[in-house]
Design a protein around this ligand. Structure first.
Ligand code: SF4
Ligand code: MG
Length: 326
């Protein structure tokens, strides 16, 4: 399919008292029309900052120091504040982990939905109200008339997340960026929210960039998976291929760490060791200290990408011919 979003060599740094934190370090990937791409990794691997960078929403001490982000042919990183804001409301919808932080507590759900609908779709107030009601109903909420007049604090977390999704799709976006949209919710509600996202993708052919640490969510949602570690992409590939034929030792570890229903907790596999300090990165594979396959070469030079199969790539010296231990 047609490429909708293309991220090339994105570099986002944070300037802290302790030095420069390379939070997103030369990250590239793309999303096709109608495709769901999951970025997966442990917390602190740079997946949220990647998503926020695309929308120029990184915190103040952060700076995008390199790369391009093409969306429908435009480099988003060159857009001014006004244009990127317009794009956020129109072509790209965003959903965050904590819906409460994105909603204004002093306005009703209706007030917060109707105004952007009027602004972006140039609807009359009456038509915007009608559309808001439709959207709320579409989210599987039966009593839209009641919800629309309520304030955010009167709604449950799952209900708020549905409202956030309704808001995100209200202007028919081409892309939805969802950062851990179900992490704060209990399992039943989580499944319902994922169903809603899948329906949206199917019915509206929306592309989705889904950020998650949860491989269960990846298995259910992704067409394509990007695995990040310490600010870098270490492996990427179609979901079935990646789950059945993982190559990077980190991806293998993540898949082993995936909890199995019914399995005793003390038998859960965790990847030993710590994520490296992103201030003090050496010219080495960043996973070397935790990798059971690490070779001398891994501590001297960073691995480049090798092709496993057509769309499946891995950054690991094990796949570079001629690199062996000793
Ligand atoms: Fe392990 Fe070396 Fe591969 Fe890094 S490059 S993941 S240290 S084998
Ligand atoms: Mg995060």
């Amino acid at each position: 399919g047609e490429v909708l979003l293309e991220v090339n060599h994105l570099q986002t740094n944070f300037y802290t008292e302790n030095g420069v934190v390379k939070a997103v370090n030369d990250v590239s990937f793309s999303i096709h029309k109608g495709q769901t791409v999951c970025i997966v990794g442990e917390s602190g691997c740079g997946k949220s900052i990647t998503a926020l960078s695309l929308m120029q929403l990184i915190p103040e001490n952060g700076k995008i120091d390199g790369g391009e982000v093409y969306f429908s042919g435009k480099n988003l990183l060159n857009l001014n504040k006004k244009d990127i804001r317009r794009l956020r409301g129109n072509d790209i919808g965003m959903i965050f982990q904590e819906p409460m932080t994105s909603l204004n507590p002093v306005f009703t759900i209706g007030e917060q939905m109707i105004e952007p609908l009027q602004e972006h779709l140039l609807l009359s107030k009456k038509d915007a109200y009608k559309k808001a009601m439709e959207l709320i109903t579409m989210m599987g909420i039966p009593n839209a008339e009641k919800i629309i007049n309520q304030y955010p604090h009167e709604l449950s977390g799952g209900m708020l997340q549905r409202i956030m999704i309704a808001l995100a799709i209200s202007c028919d976006p081409k892309l939805i960026i969802a950062d851990e949209p179900t992490t704060a919710l209990d399992v039943t509600i989580q499944a319902q929210i994922l169903d809603i996202l899948r329906e949206i993708k199917k019915n509206l052919n929306t592309s989705i960039l889904l950020i998650t640490h949860d491989l269960g969510v990846v298995a259910e949602m992704a067409d394509y998976v990007v695995v990040m570690y310490a600010g870098k992409v270490v492996e990427e590939g179609p979901v079935l291929e990646l789950f059945s034929n993982p190559q990077h030792p980190y991806t293998k570890g993540l898949l082993k760490a995936k909890p199995v229903i019914g399995e005793r907790k003390d038998r859960l596999y965790t990847i030993a060791g710590q994520v490296p300090n992103l201030v003090d990165l050496k010219e080495s594979c960043y996973f070397a200290d935790r990798c059971e396959y690490a070779m001398d070469h891994c501590r001297i030079k960073q691995p480049s990408f090798s092709t496993v199969s057509d769309e499946h790539h891995v950054a690991c010296w094990l796949f570079e011919e001629g690199v062996t231990n000793g």
